[in-house]
Design a protein around this ligand. Sequence first.
Ligand code: PLP
Length: 474
Amino acid sequence: MNERGIKQVDLIRYAQEQGVKLGKSHISQYVSGKTVPRADMVYFLAGALQVDPDWLNGITPEQETEGETDMREFKKSSKLDHVLYDVRGPVVEEATRMENTGTNVLKLNIGNPAPFGFRTPDEIIYDMRQQLTECEGYSTAKGSFSARKAIMQYAQLRQIPHVSIEDVYTGNGVSELINLCMSALLDNGDEILIPSPDYPLWTACATLAGGKVVHYLCDEQADWYPDLEDIKKKINSRTKAIVIINPNNPTGALYPREILQQIVEIARKHKLIIFSDEIYDRLVMDDEEHVSIASLAPDLFCVTFSGLSKSHMIAGFRIGWMILSGNKTMAKDYIEGINMLSNMRLCSNVPAQSIVQTALGGYQSVKDYIIPGGRIYEQREYIYKALTDIPGITAVKPKAAFYIFPKLDVKKFNIMDDEKFALDLLREKHILIIHGGGFNWKQPDHFRVVYLPRVEVLEQASKKIADFLNGYRQ
Ligand code: PLP
């Protein structure tokens, strides 16, 4: 405590703020060694003092190895040195620590529909149960025939050209396929254009594969559409591909056909692969139409990603897919690499593949959520108004998905560090959001809110954010 310049009263006050029971007598007993704190209290104190819980318990690294002097230390691979994945990073760790000590944290940080009461359609569960006993073995590496046929037909409906069943791969979520595609493509130093802000898995996987990620700007002044001039400026002879996320996480933007056409023209001119992450393609509001960029680029090599995590509220089942389309001759060798990696992971989750056909056919219950009166629509209406009513916050109204990426008036709040802003909000109001930096956004002026909770909960959350910002200065 002395080293940290923390007094007993500071700890007691902090504990009160966190809803943790900690009196003066407890601390005196811990300090004198008369009692040892319980495990949850150790975690709380370690977090508050920013020390290792083992150290606090009096366990030193030497004791841990029982006297061994020449301890071998295992370090993480240096390949991870430049990998950033803050969506589950330090702020989330602090939230977990707070939860472990009994604090109730409202999590507005990940797009996981199930915990917010979004139920999987009954038919999906019924069909998976029916087929479970037939899903015991591995499937072929790309996935079962019926799942891939359904995805191929889905590609036809979306007017994605030149897609045969061999061009469809299922994955344990889109996540696995993003990683696979980046690993198969990028040599050390190869460049790839990824949006800023991004869904950070793209940047993380490209970096891990040895690629050099070049972020292009999405422009808030232009409804968060990709800044085409910025893209053009950042292309050079090492640029192999461009990634677009449409509909977008974290901004909720939906790109119009004209913008997509211009991106295609740039890709055509510079012979780039187009990777299009379209996992939110069925979560589009306001009668807008989602256009698959691959449908505009029959002469280019495109990879389109989607899945059922969001549209069918089954993020935990882990099922996504990718569709190769357009000019596959130019990517023959790359496709061989994709096949090697696909074979190496044997196959994706087979029970989840078994419900793809059911999910993609027939009535799409997700539609009920995204029209007026539907939960996602009404929650978007609410959060947009509530947040933009707070002095010092502005936002572009999202058109799709379930995220909003509001802007903070950094001058008003003197914000220099957006991660600190997220931590301060978490510690004071027990609300977990992700700071803009977590999405490779370079200025400290944004944060992302997941608006999956019901309106009543969003109401409490936005009131708390307003209250927190009233008078906040960094
Ligand atoms: N792509 C985007 C843009 C996402 O937002 C997410 C999840 O939030 C994913 C991919 C990962 O999806 P999956 O559950 O299919 O791995």
